[in-house]
Design a protein around this ligand. Sequence first.
Ligand SMILES: Cc1cc2nc3c(=O)[nH]c(=O)nc-3n(C[C@H](O)[C@H](O)[C@H](O)COP(=O)(O)OP(=O)(O)OC[C@H]3O[C@@H](n4cnc5c(N)ncnc54)[C@H](O)[C@@H]3O)c2cc1C
Length: 379
Amino acid sequence: MTNDLLSDEHRILRDTVRAFARRELGPIADEIDRTDTFPPDLFRRLGELGVLGVTVPREYGGAGADLLSGVLIIEQLARVSGSVALSYGAHANLCVNTLCVNGTEEQRLAYLPGLCSGELVGALAITEPDAGSDAMSMKTTAVADGDDFVLSGTKTLITNGSIADVIVLYARMAGVTGARGVTPFIVERRLPGFSVSRTFDKFGHRGSPTAELRLDDCRVPRRNLLGKPNKGATILMRGLDIERVFLAGEPLGIAEEALALSIEYARQRHQFGQPIGNFQLIQAKLADMYTQIEAARALVYQTAVQADRGAVHKEAAAAILFTAEMATRVCLDAMQVHGGYGYLNDLPLGRLVRDAKLLEIGAGTSEIRRLIIGRELVK
Ligand SMILES: Cc1cc2nc3c(=O)[nH]c(=O)nc-3n(C[C@H](O)[C@H](O)[C@H](O)COP(=O)(O)OP(=O)(O)OC[C@H]3O[C@@H](n4cnc5c(N)ncnc54)[C@H](O)[C@@H]3O)c2cc1C
């Protein structure tokens, strides 16, 4: 079924990114994780590959492709390095796609070519120390002052935060409470008053930089306001729906890699005088892993196609809810298939488990995803 959704262009793109990831990331994926270091030239190489502006029209330097293409790219990157996949998603979807969909012609021309080539790195900042799941309670404030807005506050847990040149950053218009006051701005790291106050040491996705950002009376030109003042909640909610579909490609890729490694190991590893793949309890594990992955892939690809046609609120939440929880289970099963060797850092099973777990937390936790789906079902 999923093959029916893929055009020839989709297949070529998928195979090109797969080859790139195996060749360029395969040899360094463990090192990225172990040293917690993002390869400095990687965004430029992804830019040369033509994937950084996957959903951006060609006139701004993008590939002019659909959301499903973005899912295929992040899926293939995630098969080799979850860290690179996450940083790619924060750049290409959270920052670049949001800017492209909601920006003025002037903003698109100013930022998209550099972001698509990899000359500029992008991020998106919603989360604050006291505003995670309850994003609309954010406290970062924007005060209008002449031709500028003056921004003050703290954003935290921001992917690419310490390496980003351009950040789509949500603040609250001073004096406006609730969702109505939430407004996105295009913030550049070179602006006075902007700083990276902290970087985080993480359980997984090591190498994908996660940072806390400070805005101390940071003057952002009025022309960098994204969309209309006080209309940002709609941009944020729609952006999160698209993010959930796009990002669902990551746990899908991680789970696929876990299954591929498990099949290979089940064929090679001998116990009781035969390959462990001959044992039906091992076959049952592989069968369950395969079935869950195929179900997730169908759901994610179908939702990506649907998202290009209209709203996908509960559908997007369902796609990432199912795929993320599936990936954690599949990676733990893969570790089990590998026995004691799966528990060693010589093999990447531990990294896959650690990376998979984040996808149940970022872009709205599993709990919030269930709330979204449940509310929409009964409303
Ligand atoms: C590696 C990493 C990268 C990230 N990248 C970004 C990024 O690029 N940009 C960005 O803006 N943010 C980013 N985040 C932040 C992420 O989106 C938040 O961590 C997430 O939304 C949860 O918020 P929180 O951590 O404050 O948890 P909290 O909201 O404090 O939740 C704590 C627990 O309470 C539960 N909970 C909360 N509310 C409810 C409720 N109403 N009902 C039931 N349970 C509830 C949650 O599900 C969770 O289990 C990133 C986080 C991580 C770890």
